[in-house]
Design a protein around this ligand. Structure first.
Ligand code: ZN
Length: 147
């Protein structure tokens, strides 16, 4: 599926063609700027500072992949998370958060190890998976989340 940006002002789903992703996008319905709005269909980088606005106020269900650059299982799971982000474009927002530089979110959700996947719906943590889970198990959680 093609990447989509959900307009925070009016909720319209804007398809952003690959060749236009470097431009400052605007909502096709209401004209609001979509600069800095996370893209559904790819893995977006997340910081502790942006967590509230991008995860807790999202109008799409959210998957957050908490990882560390030095963690082997995290590197195994990363392409799986990327593939799932593409597959669920328009229905799910996916983020990765580097716990070696961003520690507040991990502390808040009492993350004991990486990789940990957190699943949010309407700003609430509803599910989590610890360790490098197989694709089918992650996808099952996503399906529950978006239905
Ligand atoms: Zn709009």
């Amino acid at each position: 599926m093609q990447p989509v940006i959900v307009c925070p002002a009016c909720g319209a789903k804007n398809r952003i063609p690959e060749e236009k992703q470097h431009l400052t996008p605007k909502c096709g319905r209401c004209g609001a700027s979509l600069a800095g709005v996370p893209i559904s269909g790819k893995v977006n980088h997340l910081s502790d500072a942006a967590f509230h606005a991008q995860v807790e106020q999202s109008n799409l269900p959210v998957l957050v992949d908490l990882y560390s650059p030095t963690c082997g299982p995290c590197r195994i799971i990363a392409p799986v998370v990327e593939a799932l982000a593409r597959e669920y474009a328009g229905r799910l927002l996916v983020f990765k958060l580097d716990t070696s530089s961003q520690q507040m979110t991990a502390a808040r959700f009492q993350i004991r190890g990486v990789p940990t996947l957190l699943f949010f719906q309407n700003g609430q943590l509803v599910d989590q998976l610890v360790g490098a889970a197989p694709r089918s198990e992650i996808e099952q959680r996503i399906v529950q989340l978006i239905n």
